[in-house]
Design a protein around this ligand. Structure first.
Ligand code: GLN
Length: 486
Protein backbone atom coordinates (compact mmCIF):
# COMPACT_ATOMS: atom_id res chain seq x y z
CA UNK A 1 0.00 0.00 0.00
CA UNK A 2 1.13 3.53 -0.82
CA UNK A 3 1.60 5.59 2.34
CA UNK A 4 0.49 8.80 0.54
CA UNK A 5 -2.90 7.20 -0.21
CA UNK A 6 -3.31 6.32 3.45
CA UNK A 7 -5.10 9.34 4.79
CA UNK A 8 -6.67 8.73 8.19
CA UNK A 9 -10.08 8.41 6.54
CA UNK A 10 -8.70 5.77 4.17
CA UNK A 11 -7.07 3.90 7.09
CA UNK A 12 -10.43 3.90 8.86
CA UNK A 13 -12.13 2.41 5.78
CA UNK A 14 -9.48 -0.30 5.39
CA UNK A 15 -9.80 -1.23 9.05
CA UNK A 16 -13.59 -1.31 8.90
CA UNK A 17 -13.67 -3.51 5.81
CA UNK A 18 -11.00 -5.81 7.22
CA UNK A 19 -8.71 -5.14 4.24
CA UNK A 20 -5.93 -4.05 6.59
CA UNK A 21 -5.13 -4.62 10.24
CA UNK A 22 -3.89 -1.87 12.53
CA UNK A 23 -0.55 -3.70 12.75
CA UNK A 24 -0.21 -3.65 8.96
CA UNK A 25 -0.99 0.06 8.77
CA UNK A 26 1.33 0.85 11.65
CA UNK A 27 4.15 -1.09 9.99
CA UNK A 28 3.66 0.78 6.72
CA UNK A 29 4.25 4.07 8.54
CA UNK A 30 7.13 2.72 10.61
CA UNK A 31 8.76 1.52 7.36
CA UNK A 32 8.11 4.85 5.72
CA UNK A 33 9.73 6.62 8.69
CA UNK A 34 12.72 4.28 8.44
CA UNK A 35 13.04 5.03 4.71
CA UNK A 36 12.63 8.80 4.85
CA UNK A 37 13.40 10.25 8.25
CA UNK A 38 17.16 10.20 7.86
CA UNK A 39 16.50 12.82 5.14
CA UNK A 40 13.57 14.73 6.68
CA UNK A 41 14.27 14.41 10.45
CA UNK A 42 10.67 15.15 11.44
CA UNK A 43 10.68 12.84 14.47
CA UNK A 44 12.48 13.30 17.78
CA UNK A 45 11.70 9.72 18.71
CA UNK A 46 9.70 6.83 17.28
CA UNK A 47 7.95 4.47 19.67
CA UNK A 48 8.09 1.33 17.53
CA UNK A 49 7.38 -1.07 20.37
CA UNK A 50 4.60 1.00 21.94
CA UNK A 51 2.89 1.59 18.59
CA UNK A 52 2.97 -2.08 17.63
CA UNK A 53 1.64 -3.03 21.07
CA UNK A 54 -1.25 -0.54 20.74
CA UNK A 55 -1.97 -1.79 17.20
CA UNK A 56 -1.84 -5.43 18.33
CA UNK A 57 -4.33 -4.73 21.10
CA UNK A 58 -6.75 -3.19 18.58
CA UNK A 59 -6.38 -6.15 16.22
CA UNK A 60 -7.10 -8.56 19.07
CA UNK A 61 -10.47 -6.91 19.69
CA UNK A 62 -13.71 -8.03 18.12
CA UNK A 63 -14.26 -5.59 15.19
CA UNK A 64 -17.81 -5.02 16.42
CA UNK A 65 -16.42 -3.55 19.67
CA UNK A 66 -14.08 -1.09 17.98
CA UNK A 67 -14.60 2.65 17.69
CA UNK A 68 -14.48 4.25 14.24
CA UNK A 69 -10.89 5.52 14.47
CA UNK A 70 -9.52 2.67 16.54
CA UNK A 71 -6.20 1.42 15.14
CA UNK A 72 -5.44 4.50 13.01
CA UNK A 73 -1.87 5.76 13.61
CA UNK A 74 -1.00 9.38 14.51
CA UNK A 75 2.11 11.35 15.46
CA UNK A 76 2.28 14.08 18.11
CA UNK A 77 4.17 17.35 18.51
CA UNK A 78 6.67 17.11 21.37
CA UNK A 79 4.80 19.79 23.35
CA UNK A 80 1.90 17.52 24.37
CA UNK A 81 2.33 15.49 27.53
CA UNK A 82 2.18 11.77 26.81
CA UNK A 83 2.34 9.56 29.86
CA UNK A 84 5.60 7.63 29.94
CA UNK A 85 7.14 9.30 26.88
CA UNK A 86 9.94 11.76 27.17
CA UNK A 87 8.31 15.15 26.46
CA UNK A 88 10.88 17.90 25.86
CA UNK A 89 9.21 20.73 23.94
CA UNK A 90 12.28 20.67 21.72
CA UNK A 91 14.30 21.96 24.69
CA UNK A 92 17.37 20.74 26.52
CA UNK A 93 15.85 21.93 29.78
CA UNK A 94 13.19 19.20 29.60
CA UNK A 95 15.55 16.41 28.56
CA UNK A 96 14.59 13.29 30.47
CA UNK A 97 11.22 14.64 31.60
CA UNK A 98 8.52 11.98 31.47
CA UNK A 99 5.08 13.37 32.32
CA UNK A 100 3.06 11.25 34.73
CA UNK A 101 -0.13 12.03 32.78
CA UNK A 102 -1.53 12.58 29.27
CA UNK A 103 -2.67 15.93 27.91
CA UNK A 104 -6.47 15.95 27.53
CA UNK A 105 -6.16 15.98 23.72
CA UNK A 106 -3.92 12.90 24.00
CA UNK A 107 -6.32 11.18 26.39
CA UNK A 108 -9.10 11.72 23.87
CA UNK A 109 -7.05 10.12 21.12
CA UNK A 110 -6.01 7.27 23.41
CA UNK A 111 -9.66 6.67 24.33
CA UNK A 112 -10.55 6.65 20.63
CA UNK A 113 -7.95 3.88 20.16
CA UNK A 114 -5.41 5.75 18.01
CA UNK A 115 -1.90 4.34 17.71
CA UNK A 116 0.90 6.74 18.73
CA UNK A 117 3.88 6.55 16.37
CA UNK A 118 6.21 9.04 18.01
CA UNK A 119 6.94 12.64 18.91
CA UNK A 120 7.71 15.34 16.40
CA UNK A 121 10.36 18.01 16.28
CA UNK A 122 9.55 21.66 16.97
CA UNK A 123 11.10 25.02 17.76
CA UNK A 124 12.07 25.14 21.42
CA UNK A 125 8.90 25.90 23.44
CA UNK A 126 7.14 26.61 20.12
CA UNK A 127 9.11 29.83 19.63
CA UNK A 128 10.04 30.09 15.99
CA UNK A 129 8.89 29.75 12.40
CA UNK A 130 11.38 27.29 10.97
CA UNK A 131 12.01 24.51 13.54
CA UNK A 132 15.66 25.64 13.52
CA UNK A 133 15.26 26.62 17.19
CA UNK A 134 14.93 22.97 18.24
CA UNK A 135 17.69 22.02 20.69
CA UNK A 136 17.95 18.64 18.97
CA UNK A 137 18.13 18.85 15.19
CA UNK A 138 16.95 20.68 12.10
CA UNK A 139 13.91 19.30 10.27
CA UNK A 140 13.93 19.55 6.49
CA UNK A 141 11.13 20.38 4.09
CA UNK A 142 10.21 17.23 2.12
CA UNK A 143 9.73 19.35 -1.05
CA UNK A 144 13.30 20.65 -0.89
CA UNK A 145 15.64 19.32 1.76
CA UNK A 146 17.70 22.55 1.78
CA UNK A 147 14.67 24.45 3.02
CA UNK A 148 12.87 24.77 6.35
CA UNK A 149 9.50 23.10 6.94
CA UNK A 150 8.24 26.20 8.78
CA UNK A 151 7.55 26.22 12.48
CA UNK A 152 7.08 25.81 15.22
CA UNK A 153 5.14 22.63 14.29
CA UNK A 154 7.66 21.92 11.50
CA UNK A 155 8.06 18.28 12.54
CA UNK A 156 4.29 17.75 12.35
CA UNK A 157 3.97 19.38 8.90
CA UNK A 158 7.01 17.62 7.42
CA UNK A 159 5.88 14.26 8.83
CA UNK A 160 2.43 14.53 7.26
CA UNK A 161 3.79 15.87 3.94
CA UNK A 162 6.28 12.98 3.76
CA UNK A 163 3.51 10.46 4.57
CA UNK A 164 5.31 9.34 7.73
CA UNK A 165 1.91 9.38 9.47
CA UNK A 166 -1.62 9.86 8.17
CA UNK A 167 -2.03 12.93 10.38
CA UNK A 168 -0.49 14.75 13.32
CA UNK A 169 -1.29 17.20 16.09
CA UNK A 170 0.45 20.55 16.30
CA UNK A 171 -0.04 23.77 18.26
CA UNK A 172 -0.53 27.33 17.08
CA UNK A 173 0.23 30.42 19.16
CA UNK A 174 0.91 32.83 16.30
CA UNK A 175 0.81 30.61 13.23
CA UNK A 176 2.67 27.45 14.21
CA UNK A 177 0.16 25.08 12.61
CA UNK A 178 -0.84 27.14 9.57
CA UNK A 179 2.56 28.47 8.49
CA UNK A 180 4.33 25.06 8.45
CA UNK A 181 1.24 23.51 6.81
CA UNK A 182 1.52 26.15 4.10
CA UNK A 183 5.26 25.65 3.62
CA UNK A 184 4.91 21.84 3.46
CA UNK A 185 1.76 21.77 1.30
CA UNK A 186 -0.61 20.18 3.81
CA UNK A 187 -3.83 21.17 5.58
CA UNK A 188 -3.50 22.84 8.99
CA UNK A 189 -6.18 24.17 11.30
CA UNK A 190 -6.08 26.42 14.35
CA UNK A 191 -9.42 26.11 16.15
CA UNK A 192 -11.22 28.91 17.99
CA UNK A 193 -9.47 29.69 21.28
CA UNK A 194 -11.01 27.32 23.82
CA UNK A 195 -12.27 24.69 21.37
CA UNK A 196 -9.55 22.25 22.43
CA UNK A 197 -8.39 21.84 26.02
CA UNK A 198 -4.87 23.07 26.76
CA UNK A 199 -4.50 20.79 29.78
CA UNK A 200 -1.19 18.96 29.40
CA UNK A 201 -0.04 21.25 26.59
CA UNK A 202 3.21 22.82 27.79
CA UNK A 203 2.29 26.51 27.97
CA UNK A 204 3.99 29.12 25.78
CA UNK A 205 1.50 32.03 25.72
CA UNK A 206 -1.65 30.82 27.43
CA UNK A 207 -4.05 33.39 25.96
CA UNK A 208 -3.01 32.43 22.41
CA UNK A 209 -2.08 28.70 22.40
CA UNK A 210 -4.37 26.19 20.68
CA UNK A 211 -3.93 22.56 19.65
CA UNK A 212 -5.03 21.57 16.16
CA UNK A 213 -4.72 19.11 13.26
CA UNK A 214 -2.19 18.82 10.43
CA UNK A 215 -3.48 16.49 7.75
CA UNK A 216 -3.30 15.74 4.03
CA UNK A 217 -7.03 16.36 3.45
CA UNK A 218 -9.77 18.63 4.75
CA UNK A 219 -11.88 15.57 5.67
CA UNK A 220 -9.11 14.37 7.96
CA UNK A 221 -8.81 17.82 9.57
CA UNK A 222 -12.54 17.75 10.33
CA UNK A 223 -12.25 14.28 11.85
CA UNK A 224 -9.23 15.08 14.01
CA UNK A 225 -10.77 18.33 15.22
CA UNK A 226 -13.89 16.48 16.21
CA UNK A 227 -11.81 13.90 18.10
CA UNK A 228 -9.87 16.43 20.18
CA UNK A 229 -12.32 19.29 20.75
CA UNK A 230 -14.39 19.29 23.93
CA UNK A 231 -14.97 21.27 27.06
CA UNK A 232 -12.64 20.07 29.78
CA UNK A 233 -13.06 20.78 33.49
CA UNK A 234 -9.24 20.74 33.75
CA UNK A 235 -8.92 23.81 31.51
CA UNK A 236 -11.22 26.59 32.63
CA UNK A 237 -10.76 28.43 29.32
CA UNK A 238 -11.99 25.46 27.31
CA UNK A 239 -15.46 25.57 25.80
CA UNK A 240 -15.47 22.83 23.18
CA UNK A 241 -17.50 23.53 20.04
CA UNK A 242 -21.18 24.51 20.07
CA UNK A 243 -22.18 21.63 17.76
CA UNK A 244 -20.45 18.41 16.77
CA UNK A 245 -18.30 18.65 13.63
CA UNK A 246 -19.74 16.61 10.75
CA UNK A 247 -17.80 15.51 7.65
CA UNK A 248 -17.81 18.50 5.24
CA UNK A 249 -19.68 17.99 1.97
CA UNK A 250 -19.80 21.41 0.24
CA UNK A 251 -18.90 21.41 -3.43
CA UNK A 252 -19.99 24.94 -4.21
CA UNK A 253 -19.73 28.31 -2.56
CA UNK A 254 -22.74 30.09 -4.03
CA UNK A 255 -23.73 33.08 -1.93
CA UNK A 256 -20.69 32.86 0.34
CA UNK A 257 -18.99 36.21 0.82
CA UNK A 258 -15.17 36.18 1.07
CA UNK A 259 -13.22 39.24 2.21
CA UNK A 260 -9.69 39.50 0.84
CA UNK A 261 -7.56 41.12 3.55
CA UNK A 262 -5.75 43.91 1.65
CA UNK A 263 -3.09 44.41 4.31
CA UNK A 264 -1.76 40.89 3.66
CA UNK A 265 -1.06 41.45 -0.02
CA UNK A 266 1.47 44.23 0.45
CA UNK A 267 5.16 44.33 -0.34
CA UNK A 268 6.11 41.59 2.12
CA UNK A 269 4.18 39.14 -0.04
CA UNK A 270 6.28 37.46 -2.74
CA UNK A 271 5.07 37.81 -6.36
CA UNK A 272 4.81 34.00 -6.71
CA UNK A 273 2.59 33.80 -3.64
CA UNK A 274 0.46 36.68 -4.90
CA UNK A 275 0.05 34.91 -8.25
CA UNK A 276 -1.14 31.65 -6.65
CA UNK A 277 -3.45 33.63 -4.37
CA UNK A 278 -4.98 35.49 -7.35
CA UNK A 279 -5.62 32.16 -9.09
CA UNK A 280 -7.23 30.83 -5.92
CA UNK A 281 -9.56 33.82 -5.77
CA UNK A 282 -10.64 33.00 -9.34
CA UNK A 283 -11.27 29.39 -8.31
CA UNK A 284 -13.42 30.55 -5.38
CA UNK A 285 -15.39 32.78 -7.74
CA UNK A 286 -15.82 29.91 -10.18
CA UNK A 287 -17.36 27.97 -7.29
CA UNK A 288 -19.91 30.75 -6.82
CA UNK A 289 -18.16 32.63 -4.00
CA UNK A 290 -18.17 36.43 -3.98
CA UNK A 291 -14.74 37.92 -3.29
CA UNK A 292 -14.05 41.54 -2.42
CA UNK A 293 -11.14 43.34 -0.79
CA UNK A 294 -11.54 44.54 2.77
CA UNK A 295 -9.15 46.61 4.87
CA UNK A 296 -8.35 45.69 8.48
CA UNK A 297 -5.90 48.50 9.30
CA UNK A 298 -4.98 47.32 12.79
CA UNK A 299 -3.72 43.89 11.70
CA UNK A 300 -0.55 45.66 10.60
CA UNK A 301 0.22 46.16 14.30
CA UNK A 302 -0.37 42.46 15.02
CA UNK A 303 3.25 41.30 14.94
CA UNK A 304 4.36 44.19 17.20
CA UNK A 305 1.61 43.54 19.75
CA UNK A 306 2.23 39.79 19.66
CA UNK A 307 5.95 40.17 20.37
CA UNK A 308 5.05 41.95 23.61
CA UNK A 309 2.09 39.83 24.73
CA UNK A 310 3.51 36.40 23.86
CA UNK A 311 6.94 36.97 25.51
CA UNK A 312 5.20 38.50 28.57
CA UNK A 313 3.13 35.35 29.04
CA UNK A 314 6.09 33.13 28.18
CA UNK A 315 8.37 34.77 30.75
CA UNK A 316 5.83 33.90 33.40
CA UNK A 317 5.02 30.40 32.09
CA UNK A 318 8.68 29.42 31.77
CA UNK A 319 9.51 30.43 35.35
CA UNK A 320 8.57 26.90 36.42
CA UNK A 321 11.64 25.38 34.73
CA UNK A 322 14.00 25.87 37.63
CA UNK A 323 15.86 22.56 37.84
CA UNK A 324 13.78 21.42 40.81
CA UNK A 325 10.69 19.88 39.31
CA UNK A 326 11.33 19.02 35.67
CA UNK A 327 14.08 17.65 33.44
CA UNK A 328 17.57 19.12 33.43
CA UNK A 329 19.43 20.28 36.54
CA UNK A 330 22.94 21.72 36.42
CA UNK A 331 25.73 19.52 37.70
CA UNK A 332 27.66 22.49 39.10
CA UNK A 333 26.19 24.72 41.77
CA UNK A 334 27.16 25.84 45.23
CA UNK A 335 23.77 27.10 46.37
CA UNK A 336 20.12 27.26 45.35
CA UNK A 337 20.31 30.54 43.45
CA UNK A 338 23.28 29.38 41.45
CA UNK A 339 21.45 26.12 40.73
CA UNK A 340 18.50 28.05 39.24
CA UNK A 341 20.70 30.34 37.21
CA UNK A 342 22.98 27.69 35.83
CA UNK A 343 20.13 25.27 35.07
CA UNK A 344 18.31 27.94 33.08
CA UNK A 345 21.48 29.21 31.37
CA UNK A 346 22.39 25.70 30.28
CA UNK A 347 18.88 24.52 29.51
CA UNK A 348 17.32 27.30 27.42
CA UNK A 349 18.43 28.21 23.91
CA UNK A 350 19.05 31.77 22.65
CA UNK A 351 15.54 32.48 21.27
CA UNK A 352 13.86 31.37 24.50
CA UNK A 353 16.25 33.53 26.53
CA UNK A 354 15.50 36.48 24.26
CA UNK A 355 11.76 36.04 24.83
CA UNK A 356 12.14 35.70 28.62
CA UNK A 357 14.16 38.91 28.72
CA UNK A 358 11.70 40.83 26.52
CA UNK A 359 8.76 39.49 28.52
CA UNK A 360 10.28 40.39 31.87
CA UNK A 361 11.15 43.85 30.61
CA UNK A 362 7.71 44.71 29.20
CA UNK A 363 6.04 43.59 32.42
CA UNK A 364 8.34 45.54 34.73
CA UNK A 365 6.67 48.29 36.75
CA UNK A 366 8.04 51.33 34.93
CA UNK A 367 7.33 50.02 31.46
CA UNK A 368 4.10 48.09 31.89
CA UNK A 369 1.82 50.82 30.51
CA UNK A 370 4.08 51.82 27.68
CA UNK A 371 4.44 48.30 26.34
CA UNK A 372 2.14 45.62 27.74
CA UNK A 373 -0.85 47.94 28.28
CA UNK A 374 -0.42 49.42 24.81
CA UNK A 375 -0.14 45.97 23.22
CA UNK A 376 -3.37 44.88 24.90
CA UNK A 377 -5.15 47.98 23.60
CA UNK A 378 -3.87 47.14 20.12
CA UNK A 379 -5.20 43.62 20.58
CA UNK A 380 -8.66 45.08 21.24
CA UNK A 381 -8.47 47.12 18.03
CA UNK A 382 -7.58 43.99 16.07
CA UNK A 383 -10.53 42.12 17.58
CA UNK A 384 -12.83 44.99 16.57
CA UNK A 385 -11.48 45.12 13.01
CA UNK A 386 -12.26 41.42 12.60
CA UNK A 387 -15.72 41.85 14.15
CA UNK A 388 -16.49 44.61 11.70
CA UNK A 389 -15.25 42.60 8.71
CA UNK A 390 -17.42 39.63 9.71
CA UNK A 391 -20.50 41.84 9.54
CA UNK A 392 -19.93 42.04 5.78
CA UNK A 393 -18.21 38.75 5.04
CA UNK A 394 -18.73 35.11 5.97
CA UNK A 395 -15.04 34.32 5.79
CA UNK A 396 -11.76 36.17 5.20
CA UNK A 397 -8.96 34.95 2.97
CA UNK A 398 -5.27 35.68 2.47
CA UNK A 399 -2.04 33.89 1.73
CA UNK A 400 -1.01 31.92 4.85
CA UNK A 401 2.63 32.89 4.56
CA UNK A 402 4.05 35.85 2.62
CA UNK A 403 6.78 33.61 1.18
CA UNK A 404 7.35 29.99 0.24
CA UNK A 405 9.71 27.84 2.35
CA UNK A 406 13.02 29.65 2.85
CA UNK A 407 16.51 28.17 2.91
CA UNK A 408 17.80 26.65 6.13
CA UNK A 409 19.92 29.33 7.85
CA UNK A 410 18.50 32.19 5.77
CA UNK A 411 16.67 33.96 8.61
CA UNK A 412 18.45 32.66 11.72
CA UNK A 413 20.69 35.72 12.04
CA UNK A 414 17.76 38.13 11.81
CA UNK A 415 15.02 37.54 14.40
CA UNK A 416 12.83 40.29 12.90
CA UNK A 417 12.84 38.66 9.45
CA UNK A 418 11.89 35.39 11.14
CA UNK A 419 9.08 37.10 13.11
CA UNK A 420 7.60 38.50 9.90
CA UNK A 421 6.97 34.95 8.63
CA UNK A 422 3.80 35.09 10.74
CA UNK A 423 2.52 38.41 9.46
CA UNK A 424 -0.76 36.94 8.18
CA UNK A 425 -1.36 34.39 10.93
CA UNK A 426 -0.62 36.23 14.20
CA UNK A 427 -3.66 38.59 14.29
CA UNK A 428 -5.94 35.53 14.17
CA UNK A 429 -4.51 34.26 17.48
CA UNK A 430 -4.75 37.71 19.05
CA UNK A 431 -8.47 37.67 18.21
CA UNK A 432 -8.95 34.00 19.21
CA UNK A 433 -10.44 33.14 15.81
CA UNK A 434 -10.40 29.83 13.95
CA UNK A 435 -8.41 29.64 10.70
CA UNK A 436 -7.09 27.05 8.28
CA UNK A 437 -4.35 26.76 5.73
CA UNK A 438 -5.13 24.66 2.67
CA UNK A 439 -2.74 23.89 -0.19
CA UNK A 440 -3.41 26.38 -3.00
CA UNK A 441 -0.66 25.66 -5.54
CA UNK A 442 3.06 26.07 -6.12
CA UNK A 443 5.54 28.86 -6.71
CA UNK A 444 8.97 27.77 -7.96
CA UNK A 445 8.04 24.19 -7.17
CA UNK A 446 7.28 24.99 -3.53
CA UNK A 447 3.86 24.86 -1.86
CA UNK A 448 1.74 27.97 -1.28
CA UNK A 449 -1.13 27.91 1.22
CA UNK A 450 -4.44 29.73 1.31
CA UNK A 451 -5.49 31.00 4.74
CA UNK A 452 -9.24 31.03 5.48
CA UNK A 453 -10.33 32.85 8.64
CA UNK A 454 -13.78 32.61 10.23
CA UNK A 455 -15.70 34.16 13.12
CA UNK A 456 -15.48 32.48 16.53
CA UNK A 457 -16.79 28.89 16.46
CA UNK A 458 -17.31 28.86 12.68
CA UNK A 459 -15.20 25.69 12.28
CA UNK A 460 -17.88 23.83 10.33
CA UNK A 461 -18.28 26.70 7.84
CA UNK A 462 -14.50 26.93 7.47
CA UNK A 463 -14.23 23.21 6.79
CA UNK A 464 -17.07 23.34 4.25
CA UNK A 465 -15.39 26.15 2.31
CA UNK A 466 -12.01 24.43 2.52
CA UNK A 467 -13.57 21.20 1.27
CA UNK A 468 -15.04 22.85 -1.82
CA UNK A 469 -11.80 24.73 -2.56
CA UNK A 470 -9.66 21.62 -2.06
CA UNK A 471 -11.73 19.64 -4.57
CA UNK A 472 -11.62 22.45 -7.12
CA UNK A 473 -7.86 23.10 -6.85
CA UNK A 474 -6.85 19.42 -6.53
CA UNK A 475 -3.31 20.32 -5.42
CA UNK A 476 -1.19 17.16 -5.16
CA UNK A 477 0.33 16.42 -1.72
CA UNK A 478 3.13 14.17 -2.86
CA UNK A 479 6.65 15.57 -2.56
CA UNK A 480 9.42 13.63 -4.24
CA UNK A 481 11.95 13.45 -1.42
CA UNK A 482 15.52 13.71 -2.74
CA UNK A 483 17.35 10.42 -2.21
CA UNK A 484 14.18 8.42 -1.50
CA UNK A 485 12.54 6.11 -4.02
CA UNK A 486 8.84 6.88 -4.23
N1 GLN B 1 6.49 32.06 15.09
C1 GLN B 1 5.75 32.59 16.17
C2 GLN B 1 6.67 32.70 17.37
O1 GLN B 1 7.81 32.46 17.24
C3 GLN B 1 4.56 31.74 16.47
C4 GLN B 1 4.90 30.46 17.09
C5 GLN B 1 3.72 29.63 17.46
O2 GLN B 1 2.63 29.77 16.90
N2 GLN B 1 3.91 28.76 18.43
O3 GLN B 1 6.27 33.02 18.44
Amino acid sequence: MDAFELTATRCRELLASGEASSTELTRIFLDRIAATDEHVSAYLSVDTEGALAQAGAVDAKDPADRGPWEGVPIALKDILCVQGWETTCGSRILRGYRPPYDATAVTRLRDAGLVFLGRLNMDEFAMGSSTENSSYHVTRNPWDLDRVPGGSSGGSAACVAAAQAPWALGTDTGGSIRQPASLCGVVGMKPTYGAVSRYGLVAFASSLDQIGPLTRTVDDAAALLSLVSARDPRDSTSTGLPAPIVPPTATDLTGRRFGIVSEYLGEACEPGVRRVFAETVKAIEALGGECEEVSLPSVQKGVAAYYIIAPAEASSNLARFDGVRYGHRTAHSEDLLEMYTRTRSEGFGPEVKRRIMIGTYVLSAGYYDAYYGQAQRTRTLIIRDFEQAFRRFDLLISPTSPTVAFKIGERTADPLAMYLSDLCTIPVNLAGLPAMSVPAGFSEGLPVGLQIIGPHFSEQALLEAAHAIEARLAVPVRPQIAGVES
